[in-house]
Design a protein around this ligand. Structure first.
Ligand code: EPZ
Length: 422
């Protein structure tokens, strides 16, 4: 049986030093499709060099846009030659956020065909609210042969009231509404930092979006959007994952280039555990002297505790002193990583969307498998904590959302490497 690709971690080293966080994955996957709304070329900086960004470059080029991309430097998109409106099945499947091409292409040319994104190991992840928003703007939306087909003679601004707070739905309706005729008001909008970042990018092209970051967003459609140069915000979830890794290894790490106000829910929980967290303008220092108290976590929409940090945080809690209760309220199946960490000696009981974690003194290295992006991050945290060597299979999930994660951790003293599959 050929060995599959795996990440190898020898745990026990405290992470120490400084590391710079990359640009945000979840903002990048919204801002890059948004360039299709522009009537002139746009340049974006601070994009993370990750698989999802590479997939979007290919998708924009397949649509006919001219894309100049130098990883870790800039991406310039000239959308003017883009005549396409269809995204292939293969490309649609390469990243979850391919569905943002629906909103961007509807906004650009009132026509879009994108295959349904995969559900994920974390839940069914329907997009009914996205489609409800497009219909409210006058689009005819149908599902044909596994793809969403949306078209409209013209998009007309309207009120959109989301039944659930949805990051993707909020972003997709913003994209479709940016050039609609009239004003669109989104009620019950998501407030994540990357929604504000997308609104700022669109406004830098001359869009008229107000209220991003609150639960009511007003978008006055504009006929012409001019060129823009923009740098995306740092990755909130990578920042949080590095903070958790620093605490997990009882280290002393400064994370540079982050936005501390985006991290308040996590910082508060780490302080509650007895970890020292110090904010400055664009950096956070995390130090741990070793004793961690158990805490309870309940994931919420922003600014509550982010669901994307629940998985790495629950790994940290497996060695906190006492019993921690983790409630995952956003997704129906986002606790599977704990089955893997149980193989390392964790004492965990999972019931539906709740995990009861009895802290143990040590975890022990073992072969484990990542099942999704943030589950992979949780396994890395566990491996950094464990005694001995941990092998993490399917590490490609981690590459989707963390730029050069081994390099960053190795620069802080981690013993981590990657063995390519035979
Ligand atoms: C975004 O996913 C992120 N992905 C997710 O990060 C993140 O976990 C999530 O927001 C919540 O913060 C990107 O930004 C690319 P939602 P999204 O729409 O937009 C339900 C990561 O690890 N819902 O806010 O898909 C849905 O089932 C990823 O980086 C509907 O019912 O999240 C879920 O239970 C994982 N109908 C809840 O709402 C809809 O039409 C939140 O989903 C849409 C969503």
């Amino acid at each position: 049986m050929p060995t599959k690709e795996r990440m190898l971690i020898t745990g026990g080293n405290p992470l120490e030093g400084e590391v710079r966080v990359s640009g945000g994955k979840n903002t990048a996957v919204a801002v890059i499709p948004a360039t299709l709304l522009c009537d002139e070329p746009c340049t974006i900086e601070n994009l993370p060099d990750i698989a999802d960004v590479h997939a979007l470059v290919d998708i924009l080029r397949a649509l006919g846009a001219k894309v100049d991309y130098v990883p870790n430097m800039f991406m310039t998109v000239d959308p003017r030659p883009a005549e396409g409106w269809q995204v292939s099945y293969r490309d649609s499947q390469r990243l979850r956020a391919s569905y943002y091409l629906l909103g961007a292409l509807l906004g650009r040319r009132q026509q879009a065909e994108v295959y349904l994104p995969g559900g994920c190991a974390i839940g069914s992840r329907p997009i009914d609210q996205h489609l409800k928003g497009f219909a409210a703007l006058g689009a005819e939306v149908e599902q044909l042969g596994g793809r969403i087909v949306a078209r409209a003679p013209e998009l007309i601004g309207s009120d959109v009231f989301f039944d659930v707070v949805t990051v993707g739905g909020t972003i997709n309706v913003m994209l479709a509404a940016a050039k609609a005729r009239g004003t669109t008001i989104i009620y019950n909008a998501a407030k994540e930092p990357h929604i504000v970042d997308l609104a700022n990018f669109l406004n830098s092209m001359g869009a008229k979006i107000k209220g991003a970051g609150t639960d009511v967003i007003r978008i006055r459609g504009m006929q012409y959007l001019h060129k823009a140069n923009y740098a995306v915000i740092p990755d909130q979830i990578e920042t949080g994952t590095l903070m958790i890794a620093a605490a997990a290894t009882h280290g002393d790490v400064v994370i540079n280039g982050c936005i501390p106000t985006h991290m308040e829910a996590l910082s508060a929980k780490l302080l509650e555990m007895g970890v020292r967290v110090t904010d400055s303008d664009d950096a956070i220092r995390v130090r741990s002297n070793g004793v961690h108290r158990a805490v309870n976590i309940k994931t919420q929409v922003y600014p509550g505790f982010p669901t994307d940090l629940q998985q790495p945080m629950s790994a940290l809690l497996t060695t906190a002193k006492g019993t921690s209760i983790v409630q995952e309220t956003i997704y129906e199946s986002r606790l599977k990583h704990l089955d893997e960490i149980r193989r390392m000696g964790a004492q965990v009981r999972v019931m539906d969307r709740t995990a009861i974690i009895e802290g143990v003194t040590d975890l022990y290295g073992a072969p484990i498998t990542a099942t999704d992006l943030r589950a992979g991050a949780a396994l890395v945290v566990a491996g950094l904590m464990a005694k001995g060597v941990t092998e993490i299979y399917e590490p490609h999930y981690i590459d989707r959302g963390y730029e050069h994660i081994e390099d960053k951790l190795r620069s802080l003293g981690a013993v981590i490497s990657r063995e390519k599959g035979e």
